[in-house]
Design a binder for this molecule. Structure first.
Ligand SMILES: C[S@@+](CC[C@H](N)C(=O)[O-])C[C@H]1O[C@@H](n2cnc3c(N)ncnc32)[C@H](O)[C@@H]1O
Length: 210
């Protein structure tokens, strides 16, 4: 597996960005052997299941220079690391409650030369600061998630959708959205951007700060 799939869906990457995406494979192989952040089986499909999946958020939201994004429960850096490569002028704060995962994030972002990432070993609830967008993948149900981050949004919006949450989720989400009582939830199907079967049941769930 190579990063060609990333170049295909994101034409116009700079040489520096291509080099950073290319480097992720060896870095994740190296670090995953020491600290498990991706299942062994999945590492063979790193670019499809982790990097491109993370970049699904970029198809919905073109982050702007100067915007601040929080990645809650980033694990080994998803979706934060691929997004930080794609948007070098946006700043990303990656948090996870497990310290050794943050070690992997720090090592990988340093080795890839990323200067727009800050990583913290903390629970989301403990993070101070205000963000334009909060991203996440595979952490918890929406109804449990929102109380952790309520009040952490910048009030001034300047992007294609108001400041809010962009959460990568799969499957049938109707019940989960209903139970969460969140308002103005929008679902963006990743199969409208990416043709691989993997994306057939995958969505970006967006809702504004509320
Ligand atoms: C299944 S992993 C997903 C990791 C990554 N987002 C991904 O998709 O590969 C869930 C992560 O959320 C973290 N987590 C769970 N609750 C958290 C909280 N309240 N604050 C920060 N991190 C949390 C866990 O430590 C774990 O690393």
């Amino acid at each position: 597996m190579t990063s060609d799939i990333i170049y295909h869906y994101f034409p116009g990457l700079s040489t520096a960005q291509k080099e950073q995406f290319d480097k992720l494979e060896e870095l994740y192989i190296l670090w995953n052997a020491q600290i498990n952040v991706i299942s062994r089986k999945d590492i063979e499909s790193l670019y499809l299941r982790h990097v491109l999946h993370s970049l699904g958020i970029a198809k919905v939201m073109p982050f702007l220079p100067g915007e601040k994004v929080l990645d809650v429960g980033t694990g080994g850096g998803f979706p934060g690391i691929p997004l930080a490569i794609l948007f070098p002028e946006t700043t990303f704060h990656l948090v996870d409650s497990i310290g050794k995962k943050i070690k992997v994030v720090n090592e990988i972002s340093k080795a890839a030369g990323l200067t727009n990432i800050k990583a913290s070993h903390a629970r989301a609830e403990q993070i101070d600061g205000k963000f334009h967008f909060i991203v996440s993948r595979a952490v918890t149900r929406l109804g449990d998630f929102y109380p952790w981050i309520r009040g952490k949004f910048e009030t001034k919006s300047g992007n294609v959708l108001p400041n809010g949450v962009l959460y990568l989720k799969g499957g049938d989400l109707e019940e989960e959205i209903k139970e969460s009582r969140l308002k103005q939830v929008k679902l963006f199907s990743l199969s409208s951007y990416f043709s691989e079967d993997f994306f057939e049941t995958k969505f970006v769930v967006y809702f504004p700060a509320q």
